[in-house]
Design a protein around this ligand. Structure first.
Ligand SMILES: Cc1cc2nc3c(=O)[nH]c(=O)nc-3n(C[C@H](O)[C@H](O)[C@H](O)COP(=O)(O)OP(=O)(O)OC[C@H]3O[C@@H](n4cnc5c(N)ncnc54)[C@H](O)[C@@H]3O)c2cc1C
Length: 475
């Protein structure tokens, strides 16, 4: 076979889109037919294998990508390097293009594929695209990774970003055997717990573009003002689309910047800095890979965490007796997502009021979030727990009642997710345990029976946490 006619493999990973995909654009420019491949490598250890909600999302995202590729996406399951080796045997492909990845396990896979290609004389090219800046592109004057967000983002957003790429025209695909997506059983069946996910989300590139446009048209202007509110829906909900690469961060950044021209700029800056946090978390995990599961700050290795299966379960089930915590945990279970403010409140409650290790909370999020992302999840949990980079100070212990009054003043969010509290008056809904017996009975609530009593009293939980942090704070 003449070299220019040999197929070129596009190895898709978490870049499940056609637009602004530098690896795909490069692969499509070559003369040979394109072989688009996705490999489910579920031998990955612990946190590198997908959680349940992510598996559900992946199915939809692959279905959508396959449609955009005229049904030519090749699906294979197994060890990545072995599968690619077989595909090279089967198709005599001359090159592999892929998007550079930065998580520890993904990097190990990439190295194995790079070695394979070298041994076989096949070209292997990694293209940037998952982040605005690759993790080693932004460093302090001393050449160290930043560990404080504000100077990081100031330096990062000054970098020159390339133009957004259009989807390449694709019409010549190579053929190879593909698994049937249904056989991968990414979607739950017995029991089928994904009804709420189906109602809430549409995975795939087209839906992602719609979500971005909808956010810009309807929410961007008020984003800064409203972003913490729980009683309305002020944020973009782009996190799962970004995680699976159905949109690139550059597409989001450019569209928001463009929309902002002429407007006040405040919503845009505040929103773009959230994309900055995504970059910051990714570069932290890249430079400090142990932080996926271990504290960044060494003194936290000796933190006196509690182990309590019962308390962890009550938190997971949304049965702590604190309505704002319970609403958020039930929203997570039902829809695979919760807003950032709610994540901070429930994470603070678990790690501070209950003194349960942040890793237990991160594990639960890993399994239940549709946007579960190793870098964002670990960094944010550590930020709340106090053990991470630029973390919240140990004495910041969210008061769940005040948070509820501030961010859900009329209790709309609570009523939606904790329907048994629906009939409580606004003044009582944030802390039913402080309501009078007659108010509770009018609302049909029997504390301890129809709704739990608080798992711990706020001031006791706060003091226990401060005492525990006292032991490590100067370490
Ligand atoms: C304990 C905890 C765990 C978290 N786990 C995850 C996770 O597994 N995956 C995940 O994507 N985000 C995680 N976050 C960050 C954040 O809560 C979500 O990204 C955000 O709520 C997603 O909603 P959105 O797309 O509407 O956000 P928007 O407010 O519209 O923000 C736009 C985008 O910026 C990024 N972003 C926003 N806030 C953060 C942040 N604090 N850190 C990093 N990136 C951010 C996301 O990609 C998001 O889609 C976590 C936060 C906390 C406190």
């Amino acid at each position: 076979m003449a070299d220019e006619k040999r197929p070129v493999i596009m190895w898709f990973r978490r870049d499940l889109r056609l637009s602004d995909n530098p690896a795909l654009s490069a692969a499509a420019k070559t003369d040979g037919p394109l072989l688009p491949v996705f490999i489910l490598d579920d031998d990955a250890p612990g946190h590198f294998s997908l959680g349940g909600a992510s598996r559900w999302w992946l199915h939809g995202s692959l279905e959508s990508l396959d449609k955009s590729l005229d049904g030519s996406l090749i699906l294979r399951r197994g060890k990545t390097a072995e599968i690619l080796n077989k595909l090279l045997d089967e198709t005599d492909a001359c090159a592999i293009h892929t998007a550079a990845a930065y998580e520890p396990y993904e990097r190990a896979l990439e190295e194995a594929v790079e070695k394979l290609c070298k041994d076989r004389g096949v070209e292997f090219t990694r293209h940037e695209g998952r982040l605005l800046n690759s993790p080693d592109a932004v460093s302090t004057n001393d050449g160290d990774p930043y560990q404080v967000f504000t100077p990081y983002w100031k330096a990062a957003k000054r970098k020159h970003f390339r133009d957004v790429l259009r989807a390449p025209s694709l019409n010549d695909f190579a053929k190879a055997r593909s698994d049937d997506l249904g056989d991968w059983k990414l979607r739950p069946t017995k029991p089928d717990w994904a009804g709420g996910l189906r109602e809430t989300w549409t995975p795939g590139e087209e839906a992602a573009k719609k979500a971005l446009a909808g956010f810009i048209d309807n929410k961007l202007l008020d984003y800064e003002k409203d972003r913490g509110r729980l009683d309305c829906d002020p944020s973009s909900r782009l996190s799962p689309h970004l995680h699976f690469g159905e949109l690139s961060p550059l597409q989001v950044y450019s569209a928001v910047r463009h929309a902002d021209e002429g407007a006040s700029g405040k919503g845009a800056e505040s929103f773009l800095s959230e994309l900055g946090w995504r970059e910051f978390c990714a570069q932290l995990l890249f430079h400090f890979p142990h932080t996926a599961t271990e504290p960044l700050k060494d003194q936290f290795k000796d933190f006196p965490w509690r182990q309590s299966k019962a308390d962890l379960k009550a938190w997971q089930n949304g049965e702590t007796g604190y309505p704002i915590v319970d609403a958020a945990m039930r929203q997570l279970w039902e829809t695979g997502w919760m807003p950032n403010r709610a994540r901070m409140v429930v994470a603070s409650f678990l790690t501070k009021h209950l003194l349960i290790p942040w890793q237990d909370g991160a594990d639960w999020f890993w399994d239940t979030l549709v946007d579960a992302d190793l870098a964002n999840n670990a960094s944010n949990w550590q930020w709340v727990a106090g053990s991470g980079a630029d973390a919240a100070p140990y004495f910041r212990i969210f008061n769940p009642i005040l948070q509820s009054e501030k961010f859900d003043p009329d209790g709309d969010y609570i009523r939606r997710w904790v329907p048994e509290l629906k009939k409580l008056k606004n003044k009582d809904i944030h802390a039913p345990f402080e309501a009078s017996a007659s108010s509770l009975s009018e609302a049909g609530i029997d504390l301890g029976s129809t709704y739990p009593k608080p798992i711990i009293e706020h001031s006791k939980g706060r003091q226990r946490s401060l005492d525990a942090y006292e032991k490590v704070k100067n370490g």
